[in-house]
Design a protein around this ligand. Sequence first.
Ligand code: PGA
Length: 249
Amino acid sequence: MRRPLIAGNWKMYKTAAEAVGLAAELRDSSHRQGVEVLVAPPFTALSAVAQVLRGSHLLLAGQNMHWENEGAFTGEVSPLMLRDAGCTHVILGHSERRQLFGETDEGVARKAKAAFTHSLTPIVCVGETLAERESGRTMEIVERQVERALRELTADQVAALVIAYEPVWAIGTGRNATPEQAQEVHAFIRKRVSASHGEPAAAAVRILYGGSVKPDNIAPIMAQADVDGALVGGASLTAASFVKIVQYE
Ligand code: PGA
């Protein structure tokens, strides 16, 4: 019922030429019936990658954006600009943005609303730090992040939304959550969405797991009832490993 989505977050890697090369490889080798595949290159490569991907199965996302259409916001990129560059999706509130660049729940909420205004599908990232998990606050943190990000969205928008649960301690560390740990938080998120936006929205919203997803650990994670896909960082940077993740059995 929920179509799986495998998303590659290229972070601050790859020049435009390198990104085009990887996108071309993925265009030719990452197709899988019934599975959506998405890449999020850096801003400077978006337009060039969009050209390579035109007419293909691959979806294109920005890694962040501002909520305004335009303005005196040095260094920012607007929803209009992402659309213009060929994006259909945008990653919002990634933990690196929250932790290293001071992004707040309120900012993420404004961005999510703006994304829908511009027909961009937001991928809203949430997740607890190691200290928060060890002090037993995982659900409290995730609940707050989800509640605030979704506060101004309609039930229809939430149904179309993608949420990515990415425990901060699992990102880029090689230490992934167990399938059971992922499922526990995903089920909790879906329950909270049901309470705030109703059962149909909760049944439709896709919840991706992210954090050290690799070809050899993707399958048991995808087998969990409330896991609808993966947000992949490091292992999305080569076609060989990303295609193996897309083709998980
Ligand atoms: P990772 O990154 O797969 O390298 O852990 C995931 C992410 O940050 O989205």
